[in-house]
Design a protein around this ligand. Structure first.
Ligand code: URA
Length: 450
């Protein structure tokens, strides 16, 4: 089959700071997925984009072309509005676990496709796999059935979603083109748009444990992600949140599931609850706007039915914190875990060995560096250095103190957990914290982008 374009011309256009046409973009992504555009040609194009950017129209088209390289899921026939969340990843970020059942407990359908962890950030699937029997891989039919019956699913993204991204991401990894806002934004959004959600809330993190450490860069990423979502017709908002220090008091798979369950039982650390509730509120608001403007049906209703607007108003007025306290979110969690073969009552695994790290002086904790705790948890066996590595369910770090807490010399700051005690020393070496005078309280949610 003759090809309508030549990859060299496409590369040259971007190399010379030109604008790619819609047809060029559609072709180059499709031809790359088919193996007609060679890896070295896509590497050159990625570098040209890294250096010369994509304008907003090019970026929207690039994202759509990546999305169109695979299947689109569609839940518009299910009885309720849909909403999803994506986090750019952080240390101790277990928010998806309480958030998905919490939002579903209000009648909003949450199709949450997640990944495994790599490097210092944990993966949602690794955390849930600490629950005995729980299964990450579902067929599209199983996913749809679970969404219809329970309202929430957290599972592994199938290989059919945005295959162009899988190829391009691996290529970017070895060609120094990961750290590029248009390529990151199109990569994230092609996968999220393929999930077929009507509303999307992004948790874009900044700080030492975040993918984008710098606040302004994180804000640029958030703004770009929101613009792509809106252009694609998805009601999208973002929160810019602090990842200088780990979220909550646990980092590691089973340890984080325990903390998520505490939140679902109406307790849990303040910062985890604050962010869960804030993201849930965003998701309910976006879903409410969609019900009002698009007539997305509530359970048993149809677009245009008068009760639809009542449901929209009701959703907008809800306080998500209520369903953490009254057990409704916990009921959805238990059904969601059981539907995927997990036993919500099973004892979660503990690591075989623990050690503590204590304060050498008295004062206040002024900082606990998120990246350092992420690295320590990975070294203890909670995460992966390479994709092929396996993880220990019980391994990780428990924080006995957080920034702002008073500490006495000799008091425990961290508790390290692992099945492989020879790893304690390297984990200790990674940890980085400071003790000094009482610090100013820090802000968890810095800004909202809509
Ligand atoms: N996450 C993604 O999915 N893609 C990127 O390019 C970066 C982070």
């Amino acid at each position: 089959m003759s090809e309508p374009f030549d990859a060299v011309d496409v590369i040259q256009t971007k190399r010379d700071k030109g604008t790619l046409s819609d047809a060029q973009i559609d072709w180059v992504i499709d031809a790359y997925t088919r193996g007609v555009v060679a890896e070295e040609q896509m590497a050159a194009l990625a570098m040209a984009i890294f250096l010369n950017d994509l304008n907003p129209d090019e970026l929207n088209r690039w994202t759509a072309a990546m999305l169109n390289s695979g299947e689109h899921l569609n839940y518009s026939d299910l009885p309720g509005p849909t909403a999803d969340k994506h986090s750019t990843g952080g240390v101790g970020d277990k928010i998806t676990l309480p958030l998905a059942p919490l939002v579903a407990s209000f009648g909003v359908i949450v199709p949450q496709l997640s990944g495994r962890g790599l490097g210092h950030t944990g993966g949602t699937l690794d955390k849930l796999e600490a629950i005995p029997g729980w299964r990450a891989a579902l067929t599209n039919d199983e996913m749809r059935h679970q969404l219809a019956e329970i309202g929430a699913v957290i599972c592994q993204a199938g290989s059919g979603l945005a295959p162009a991204d899988r190829k391009l991401y691996a290529l970017r990894d070895v060609t120094a083109t990961v750290d590029c806002i248009p390529l990151i934004a199109s990569s994230i959004m092609s996968k999220k748009l393929a999930e077929g959600t009507d509303a999307l809330v992004l948790d874009v993190k900044y700080g030492s444990g975040a993918f984008m450490r710098d606040y302004d860069k994180a804000k640029e990423l958030a703004t770009t992600l929101v613009a792509i979502g809106k252009d694609a017709g998805v009601n999208t908002t973002a929160l810019l949140t602090n990842m200088e220090t780990p979220l909550g008091l646990t980092v590691g798979n089973a340890l984080e599931v325990r903390e998520a369950v505490e939140v679902l039982a109406g307790g849990g650390p303040e910062d985890v609850v604050e962010l869960t509730v804030a993201l849930a509120r965003e998701m309910l608001e976006c879903a409410s706007e969609n019900v009002a403007t698009m007539g997305v049906p509530a359970a048993g209703l149809h677009p245009g039915e008068s009760k639809t607007n009542k449901f929209a108003m009701w959703l907008a007025e809800q306080d998500p914190a209520e369903n953490l306290k009254n057990g409704k979110a916990m009921d959805v969690w238990r059904s969601m875990i059981a539907a995927q073969g997990g036993n919500p009552d099973a004892e979660l695994p503990w690591a075989k060995a623990t050690e503590t790290v204590t304060a050498s002086e008295s004062g206040y904790i002024t900082q606990i560096d998120a990246l350092s705790v992420g690295i320590a948890a990975r070294r203890l066996g909670a995460g992966r250095a390479r994709k092929e590595d396996s993880v220990q369910a019980g391994a990780g770090v428990v924080l006995h103190k957080k920034p702002g807490d008073k500490v006495k010399a000799g008091e425990v700051i961290f508790e390290l957990h692992t099945d492989t005690p020879e790893k304690f020393a390297r984990a200790r070496e990674a940890l980085n914290w400071e003790i000094g005078p009482k610090p100013e309280p820090s802000t968890l949610i810095a800004e909202r982008i809509a």
